[in-house]
Design a protein around this ligand. Structure first.
Ligand code: SF4
Length: 515
């Protein structure tokens, strides 16, 4: 059995910073950058692989972007290990709660009940929120959301906005819109700020810059906020970012947040963070705008306990987020607005096979466990939502553009097993494949190959004959028949040698005569 030291040495260096032999230790304590000399950068860091090429409405080539990510071996190793570590922590937390499965069933039932009475609970929330002094707005789509927020800011003469992480605003292309109308947006979540400074989208719903090595962050910060390019010490980088951003936060005209849960009976909403940045965004400026998807509603405060117990454990393997803040109305002398956004959710609610995807609480557990996501990085999906949840949400926004995504899965079902609200993710991924084939959004060559495979697999005699002749055929077929430009499968895989004996033959020989 390997020792802890040996195990640490096997980990990617980004994941064992605390065991760093170059760290400066004084009185048994690791010194941060302000107290000690920073650790020098390793020579020639691997360049960060970039995400999928997005060309208008053309289908995203996830496999191509994933291949580039896998070729960047340091990034791929770190990403895989970091996310698997989160998955293992999640498992440990789960085993500490005997009623875990009961909680999942309850959470699923709460969300399904709410979604099937959505109009009722949204109306209740609006009435209660208004009586709490909150201005409530409704946005049909992304464009309407952006315009509403802009008009609120314009009415207040606001020119700068501090903002906490919100996938909904990513969905709405909010930062680009604000830039086009001359309003400066400053992200306050560290990972999201890194992504903003690097002009990249978040690659994960909980840890937006998880695909970046420390050296990537050092490069981004040296380019944008003037840090030492040779210093990738995480303490130094975090502190430098804090010092650069804090004055912007203190002087911002308005603050914006998302919302994890909206409580109908109280007209309040709840935000869960680990950095406390949402509290800064909400409380430093006098104007607070919260943009929230309509599916985030729950009926009563007592339901919150069920979902909060599951959220952080599923996301990061920690029992609670550091901050779980309840917003009940504007503070004295301030103003609070909530923008409730549809942006395709009502339509999704009407999709018989896919409506339960609206139960998602954006914990990211399905991403952390997915073997495809862990090895290809979130930006390879070229969409706001990546990983298993992305595969079932993205096609609802644009079936053509995201038509390849449901095929980026091995359908192993691990995503479904870890989902705290019991979404049947892998079954929905499979169902999307069928829908996309019926909608003619799948390349003809793939369709023809699937049809041929289906014909063989559905006839036992044909299947056995194909298997029996496979080895001979593979040995004599010219290589280009399988490995050619038209066959995407062959671009990334080698056909393994068939087994000497098939399971069918073994079964016949070993058990065939037994009753
Ligand atoms: S689908 Fe489930 S596991 Fe995935 S992010 Fe949503 S709630 Fe979490």
């Amino acid at each position: 059995m390997s020792t802890t030291r040996e195990q640490a040495a096997m980990l990617h260096s980004d994941l064992r910073a605390e065991a760093d032999p170059d760290a400066i230790i004084r009185d048994g304590r690791r010194l941060d950058h302000a107290e000690g000399t920073s650790k020098p950068l390793r020579p020639a860091p691997e360049p960060q692989p970039r995400g999928a090429k997005v060309r208008g409405n053309r289908p995203i080539d996830q496999a191509e972007a994933a291949a580039r990510f896998i070729a960047a071996t340091e990034h791929e190793k770190m990403h895989d290990e970091r996310l698997w570590d989160l998955r293992q922590k999640r498992d440990r937390e789960m085993h500490g709660i005997p009623e875990w499965e009961e909680l999942r069933s309850l959470a699923s039932a709460i969300k399904e009940h709410t979604l099937t009475h959505l109009d009722e609970y949204l109306g209740q929330f609006e009435a209660n929120a208004r009586s709490n002094g909150i201005h409530v707005h409704w946005a049909r789509d992304a464009a309407e959301h952006n315009k509403i927020v802009h008009s609120i800011l314009r009415d207040h003469g606001a020119k700068s906005l501090i903002k906490s992480k919100s996938m909904l605003t990513e969905e709405c292309g909010f930062r680009h819109y604000m830039a086009s109308v001359g309003i400066e947006v400053i992200e306050t979540d560290l990972g999201e700020r890194i992504q903003q400074l690097d002009n990249e989208d978040p690659s994960h719903v909980v840890v937006p810059a998880v695909h970046k090595l420390r050296t990537d962050v050092a490069e981004v910060f040296s380019r944008t906020i003037g840090t030492d390019p040779g210093n990738s010490d995480v303490h130094y980088l975090a502190e430098a970012q804090r010092e650069a951003t804090r004055p912007l936060i203190l002087n911002a005209d308005a603050g914006m947040t998302g919302g994890n849960f909206v409580v109908a009976e109280t007209g309040t909403f709840v935000i869960c963070t680990n950095e406390g940045n949402a509290d800064l965004s909400a409380n430093v400026p006098k104007l607070h705008i919260a943009s929230i998807g309509i599916e985030k509603i729950i009926p009563r405060l007592e339901h919150l306990a069920v979902l909060v117990r599951l959220l952080s454990r599923s996301a990061l393997g920690s029992p609670m987020t550091q901050y779980t803040s309840h917003f009940r109305g504007p503070r004295a002398g301030g103003e609070m607005h909530v923008v409730l956004v549809d942006n395709g959710r009502s339509e999704r609610l009407g999709l018989e096979e896919f409506w339960t995807s609206l139960k998602c609480i954006r914990c990211g557990a399905c991403m952390n466990t997915c073997p495809v996501y862990r090895r290809s990085g979130g930006l390879s999906y070229g969409a706001t939502y990546s990983g298993p949840i992305g595969l079932i949400i993205d096609p609802t926004f644009n079936a053509r553009k995201y038509s390849n995504l449901p095929f980026a899965s091995s359908l192993n079902g691990s995503c479904t097993n870890v989902c705290p609200v019991k979404i049947n993710i892998h079954e929905q991924i499979y169902a999307w494949r069928r829908v996309l084939v019926n909608q003619h959004e799948v390349p003809l060559i793939k369709k023809a190959a699937m049809k041929a495979a289906g014909a063989v697999l559905s006839r036992p005699a044909a299947y056995r004959a194909a298997v029996a002749s496979a080895e001979t055929a593979l040995a004599h077929l010219p290589r280009f028949v399988i490995y050619n430009g038209l066959n995407a499968w062959g671009k990334h895989r080698e056909v393994p040698h068939p087994a000497q004996q098939t399971f069918h033959n073994w079964y016949q020989a070993s058990r065939g005569s037994k009753p």
